[in-house]
Ligand binder design. Structure first.
Ligand code: GUN
Ligand code: ZN
Length: 425
């Protein structure tokens, strides 16, 4: 049992529904077996439990742990390959590196760096795009379990267009996915996600096999890419005889409350209403969309149609693990869209990086904010004394202003501690 004393900022209610940032100044959070059991002024909590250990975090700001809803484990070493649109970037940067995951030793090294990247960025929950190799996924899951971060991931499957070494058959994809899911789904904080790379590289039979895996085991997740790049969207529609991109997944029963589609930069209105109806979420990946020149994300249309949106770093097309950077880039993008953009406040950015991700991953009853009943997943922002962020926070006129400065200036260096389920990483 521990009492954490801190200034706490979170968004239990959505700013997209008009709710304000929740600001708790000098709060006491009592955590028992990883779960927040009491939240009040520090004075009241300390009076009630005078003998309990106090962790004093007053010299900083406590936020909920970040939730990254789209990040690729095998792409750590290709971050920063600039100047290419999606399909060229896949051919020249991402896929050659992904082929190297056939070697378990390479996979182990990359997995280690990847999990370190998440931890240092304060990411406490992540939906991770995996590798095309089943044995690399065993390596990854075993390290992910030891990291204690909440990880949802799965074998990436494809049967066309990609380099030969990354292809499989629907039968083999089905069997390897089932075997991995039985080994890892529900173990520690891990869950399994059925993961065709994208409809461009997964034909009808492969997507049907994915649908069979989803039916076979309860509670699995589904993730893939959608509507990222105009040329990709055209090619998918040609391959599927005019079917829209979202429907290529839907016809195989792949869209539900535990489904997350990355990007959705170029959706049709019918696709947005289908996603809303299915309870399917979109992972918005702003640094990736900017780096690949994919386009400006139509957040306003998603919000108006009731599609749930959260943030993804999309490493390695994205430029780093830190969701503070993604939040800031999301803000820039909406500014650039002018009248078509959704004007984002610091409260929206925090929501997108925390609570919205938890909801997108159907974990809203467990994590995403620092209310009583949630697990203690938190990041402590504490810049060095006298550095620009420290001075900015000191000067901030209120807590929302301080939060805006955290998004504008904050980096992984400002993340002093990270907890998952009450365990300090
Ligand atoms: N579409 C299919 N694969 C990928 C990938 O690795 N990154 C991105 N950004 N889009 C994809
Ligand atoms: Zn991706």
């Amino acid at each position: 049992m521990t009492i954490y004393r801190a200034t706490v900022l979170d968004t239990p209610d959505s700013p997209f529904d008009g709710a304000a940032l929740r600001t708790g100044t000098d709060i006491g959070l009592r955590v028992v077996e990883g779960v927040i059991t009491r939240r009040d002024s520090f004075e009241a909590v300390a009076r009630e439990y005078p003998d309990e250990q106090v962790v004093d975090l007053s010299d900083g700001i406590l936020l909920p742990g970040f939730v990254d809803t789209h990040v690729h484990f095998p792409q750590l070493r290709v971050i920063g390959a600039l100047g290419m649109p999606l399909l060229d970037w896949l051919d020249r940067a991402a896929l050659p590196e992904e082929l190297r995951m056939a070697d378990d030793e390479q996979a182990a090294r990359v997995a280690k760096g990847f999990l370190r990247g998440l931890r240092e960025a304060g990411t406490t929950t992540a939906l991770v795009f995996g590798s095309h190799f089943a044995s690399a996924m065993d390596v990854f899951f075993s390290q992910a379990r030891a990291s204690r971060i909440r990880i949802i991931s799965g074998l990436v499957v494809s049967d066309r267009i990609l380099p030969e070494g990354l292809l499989t058959t629907p039968e083999r994809a089905y069997q390897e996915s089932i075997d991995l899911a039985r080994r890892w789904h529900g173990v520690g904080r891990l869950h399994y996600a059925v993961t065709p790379r994208f409809s461009l590289s997964a034909g009808e039979e492969m997507l049907a096999a994915c649908g069979r895996v989803m039916k076979e085991i309860d509670g699995l997740y589904f993730t893939s890419h959608v509507n990222e790049n105009k040329r990709e969207v055209e090619e998918v529609e040609e391959l599927f005889s005019g079917l829209d991109y979202t429907s290529t997944y839907d016809v195989h029963g792949l869209l539900g409350r535990r489904s997350v589609l990355a990007h959705d930069v170029h959706p049709k209105d019918e696709e947005l209403s289908m996603m809303a109806a299915r309870g399917t979420s979109v992972a918005h990946c702003p640094t990736s969309n900017s780096a690949l020149g994919s386009g400006l994300f139509p957040l306003k249309r998603h919000v108006e149609q009731g599609v749930s949106v959260a943030l993804g770093s999309d490493v390695g097309a994205g430029t780093g693990y830190c969701l503070l950077k993604e939040g800031l880039q999301a803000y820039f993008m909406q500014q650039l869209l002018a009248d078509e953009g959704f004007p984002l406040t610091a409260a929206h950015l925090l929501h997108l990086a925390t609570r919205a991700g938890a909801v997108a991953l159907d974990l809203g009853d467990r994590v995403g904010d620092l209310s009583v009943g949630r697990e203690f997943d938190a990041v402590w922002i504490r810049p060095q004394n006298g550095d620009p962020l420290d001075m900015g926070i000191e000067y901030a006129k209120d807590s929302e202003d301080a939060l805006a400065k955290i998004f504008a200036l904050g980096t992984t260096d400002d993340i002093a501690s990270v907890w998952v389920g009450g365990e300090r990483l």
